[in-house]
Design a protein around this ligand. Structure first.
Ligand SMILES: Nc1ncnc2c1ncn2[C@@H]1O[C@H](COP(=O)(O)OP(=O)(O)OP(=O)(O)O)[C@@H](O)[C@H]1O
Ligand SMILES: [Mg+2]
Length: 301
């Protein structure tokens, strides 16, 4: 079971005091390596016995761990705080199946109070390094654990910004619904990742390729951003349209690596269509079109 699923299961059995203790630890992250009990008591405004009891429970459930100096918030604890936020806002009522578990994120289908489905993406950067630290030593490196949590919150904030900018520019992206901490809630695309689509799934590959290029152009010219991780792994195809997902690494077009990143995005997409559908287009020409140096429709070469 993933940490988000552990959190989703536990959420109903948790009490206000548990959340207060977790929030007190979270708030203290910038000022301490691991958070001493007296600090938690002070921030949570709870009696020491109460805090001790809550920490014991939270520790057993896998939301915090103890080191020599105090308490460390684990990824599942941050998941819990995010889920609790979405539940209070009636945005997420239930967690469904996992639809993507990778190096950097866990993605779930969720439903809200009205039964509407959405997608919740939790950032997990550093998960593998954290696991190996845990295996090789008996204690948790609080500073680096907390640093990873912060990095994940930043990545989610960046994805929020990327989704909003791309959407405003008219790029086909999932609609941003909300973000809390390291978790991004967005509309669910009922599609298949491009790399998984067989030739039979795509009737008009030329049209699909030009739609993707058109979206890259909108992103560049209107949104003034470059996705930077575009490939057949980050495009979903719903049978009619394509959708570009996964924006945390976007850069603005003024970034010193923007063109290099755009070139790589173009290469990934064109080489996928070349290998799978034998559609050849000139990368330089595509690049010129996307950046607005060349007008008119893209042609096959
Ligand atoms: N809005 C969405 N609608 C439907 N499926 C989605 C959506 N967002 C993400 N997914 C699914 O979750 C998978 C992972 O999402 P995404 O590419 O955003 O994360 P990632 O950080 O690349 O994860 P990984 O580390 O696995 O590559 C996608 O390939 C897709 O199958
Ligand atoms: Mg991806």
């Amino acid at each position: 079971m993933s940490s988000a699923q552990i959190a989703a299961r536990a959420i109903k059995s948790l009490e206000r005091e548990d959340i207060r203790v977790l929030e007190a630890i979270e708030k203290s992250i910038p000022s301490f390596r691991s958070i001493p009990m007296p600090r938690i008591e002070k921030v949570a405004k709870l009696h020491p016995d109460e805090v001790k009891f809550r920490l014991g429970r939270l520790n057993k459930m896998g939301f915090v761990v103890r080191d020599r100096f105090g308490y460390v918030l684990l990824s599942a604890g941050l998941d819990l705080l995010a889920l609790n936020h979405f539940a209070n806002k009636n945005l997420v009522q239930g967690m469904g199946t996992s639809i993507g578990m990778g190096k950097e994120s866990d993605v779930f289908e969720v439903v809200n109070d009205s039964g509407e489905r959405a997608v919740l993406k939790f950032y997990r950067i550093g998960r593998t390094s954290f696991r190996s630290t845990r295996r090789s030593r008996s204690y948790v490196d609080a500073a680096s654990q907390h640093q990873w949590l912060t990095i994940n919150v930043r990545a989610a904030a960046k994805e929020e910004e990327g989704l909003k900018r791309a959407s405003k520019a008219g790029v086909n992206v999932p609609s941003f619904i909300a973000r809390n901490r390291h978790a991004v809630l967005m509309s669910e695309i009922d599609g298949t990742m491009l790399y998984k689509c067989s030739k039979e799934d795509i009737d008009q590959p030329e049209q699909l390729l030009s739609e993707i290029i058109e979206n890259m152009r909108k992103s560049y010219i209107e949104g003034r951003i470059v996705n930077g991780d575009l490939s057949e792994y980050n495009v979903l195809y719903d049978g009619t349209r394509s959708w570009i997902i996964d924006w945390p690494q976007f850069v603005t077009i003024n970034h010193r690596n923007a063109l290099e990143m755009l070139r790589r995005d173009v290469e990934n997409i064109t080489s996928f269509f070349r290998k799978k559908f034998q559609i050849h287009i000139e990368e330089d020409e595509a690049l010129a079109y996307i950046t607005g140096k060349k007008e008119g429709k893209m042609k096959e070469s």
